[in-house]
Write a protein that binds this ligand. Structure first.
Ligand code: VNL
Length: 399
C-alpha cells in the first residue's frame, strides 16, 4: 500500500512540474489554435452519418495537416444523440465555453435549425455538412452548406421518371423537412412533364415501418414509386420492398441517392441492380480526385466505403482551411462567412461553389444506375446536370 501511495504522489508531483514547465507554451498555443465544434449523431439510428462525417474530417487533417492561415486547427466532436435540445445546448457550450471559431456537422434538419440561433448570436460560422432541407441556410446568415438540398437532387429524379415512360407515380418519403421538400419537388417536376402523382405517402422518421405504405403502392399499381429516406434507413426500406415482392411486380423504383447510400449499398443485394437514383456524390465517381479520396478513406477506415455524408465533411474542412488561409488566421465570424461566399474548388464529387447569394452549395447532380463491378455494387454515374443551384432559392430569386 505504502509503496503505491508514494508512487502516486511522485507521479502527481511530476505531472504538476510538467504542467508548470509547460504552462507558458500552452497559453501561447491556445492563441494559435482554432477550434471547430462538430455536432453530429454519433449514436442512434443516424450514427452512420456521424461516423462518415468525422472520418472524413479526420482524413482531411491526416492528408493536409493541421495548419491553416498559420493556426492549428482542432476538431472537437460532440454527440447530439439525435435530439434538437441537446444540439442547441452543445452548440451554446461550444461557443461560450470552448470558444470555437466554427460550428459544423448537423445530421438532421430539426437539429440544424435548433442550433441556428446560437450561430447568429455568437456570430460563428455554422457549416452544415449533412442536413439538406432547402430552407436551412435561411435560418441564420452564418450558415454555409457543403452537403446538398433535397430539391436540388430530386428535380432530376422526376425527369428521369418521365424519361422511363412513367405516367402515374406515387411518392413515398420520410415525414419531415427533407422528405416534404422531395415530395413537393417531385410532384412539381413530374406534373410539368405531363405525369400525375396519384398518392403522396409519408412515413414517420421514428421507428419507420414501410410495409403498410408499400401495401398502398401495391394496391394502387402506379408505373413507379419515387422514394426519399434519410441516410441510414435505406437498408430497411429495400428489405421491406423486396419482402413484398416489388422487385418482381413491374412497379419501378426511382430514389434520391440517400436511399441507395454507399454506406449500405453493397449489403443490399442484387435486388437493387439497375435501380436509378439521382444525387451529388457516388463513391464510383470516376475522377482522379475521387479515386484518391476513396482509396485514402478506405485505407484509414477498413471495411467502410465513403458516402455522400463523408464528402460533405471533407468539403467542410476544405472550406474552413481555405477561409482561414484567406483571412491569415483571423477568426472574426462575419469576415469568415464573407470570405466563404463564392469560393470554388474541386471536391471528390466534382466541381463545387458556395453560392455567394444564398451560402448554399452549387454542384453537379448525377443520374446513376446500380451496377456490379468486380463483385461489388456501385452507383455508376450515367449522366450529369451541371452546376445545379437549389431550385427553391433560384425560383425565389427569379421573382
Ligand atoms: C437529412 C437529409 C438527413 C438527408 C439525412 O440523413 C439525409 C436531413 C441523415 O436534412 O435531416 O440523407
Amino acid at each position: 500500500m505504502q509503496a503505491i501511495r508514494i508512487t502516486r504522489r511522485a507521479a502527481t508531483r511530476t505531472l504538476a512540474a510538467a504542467l508548470m514547465a509547460a504552462s507558458l507554451p500552452v497559453a501561447a498555443l491556445a492563441e494559435d489554435t482554432v477550434k471547430i465544434g462538430v455536432i453530429l449523431p454519433m449514436t442512434g439510428p443516424s450514427a452512420s452519418t456521424g461516423k462518415q462525417v468525422t472520418a472524413a474530417m479526420k482524413l482531411w487533417q491526416a492528408v493536409n495537416g493541421t495548419k491553416a492561415g498559420g493556426k492549428t486547427v482542432e476538431i472537437v466532436v460532440k454527440d447530439d444523440t439525435g435530439v434538437a435540445d441537446v444540439t442547441k445546448r452543445l452548440a451554446q457550450e461550444l461557443v461560450v465555453n470552448d470558444h470555437v471559431s466554427f460550428l459544423a456537422g448537423f445530421g438532421l434538419t430539426p437539429l440544424a435549425l435548433a442550433a441556428a440561433p446560437i450561430a447568429t448570436q455568437g456570430k460563428v460560422p455554422m457549416i452544415v455538412s449533412a442536413a439538406a432541407t432547402a430552407t436551412i441556410t435561411e435560418a441564420s446568415p452564418y450558415i454555409v452548406r457543403t452537403s446538398f438540398t433535397l430539391p436540388q437532387v430530386t428535380a432530376p429524379a422526376a425527369e428521369q421518371a418521365a424519361k422511363q415512360g412513367w405516367k402515374k407515380a406515387i411518392t413515398l418519403v420520410t415525414d419531415y423537412g427533407p422528405g416534404i421538400d422531395a415530395e413537393k419537388t417531385f410532384k412539381e417536376r413530374f406534373t410539368a412533364t405531363g405525369g400525375e402523382v396519384v398518392a403522396e405517402l409519408r412515413v414517420p422518421l421514428k421507428n419507420p415501418d414501410f410495409a403498410p405504405f408499400l401495401q398502398r403502392v401495391a394496391d394502387t399499381k402506379p408505373d413507379g414509386v419515387f422514394v426519399f429516406v434519410p441516410s441510414g434507413f435505406g437498408g430497411l426500406f429495400v428489405k421491406q420492398f423486396v419482402e413484398r415482392g416489388f422487385d418482381k411486380s413491374g412497379i419501378r423504383l426511382i430514389a434520391t441517392g440517400d436511399v441507395l447510400d454507399d454506406d449500405l449499398l453493397d449489403d443490399m443485394g442484387d435486388v437493387v441492380l439497375g435501380v436509378t437514383t439521382t444525387h451529388h456524390y457516388s463513391a464510383a465517381h470516376p475522377s482522379a480526385e475521387n479515386k484518391a479520396y476513396v482509396a485514402a478513406f478506405t485505407k484509414a477506415n477498413p471495411g467502410l466505403r465513403p458516402n455522400f455524408m463523408s464528402v460533405a465533411g471533407w468539403d467542410a474542412m476544405a472550406l474552413v482551411y481555405a477561409a482561414l488561409d484567406k483571412t491569415g488566421g483571423a477568426t472574426d465570424g462575419t469576415k469568415l462567412v464573407e470570405t466563404m461566399k463564392g469560393m470554388s474548388w474541386v471536391s471528390p464529387r466534382g466541381p463545387i461553389t458556395i453560392d455567394p447569394a444564398t451560402r448554399d452549395i452549387v454542384q453537379n447532380v448525377y443520374v446513376r444506375t446500380v451496377e456490379k463491378v468486380d463483385g461489388h455494387l456501385w452507383n455508376v454515374e450515367t449522366s450529369a446536370f451541371e452546376a445545379v443551384k437549389d431550385p427553391v432559392k433560384a425560383a425565389k430569386a427569379a421573382k
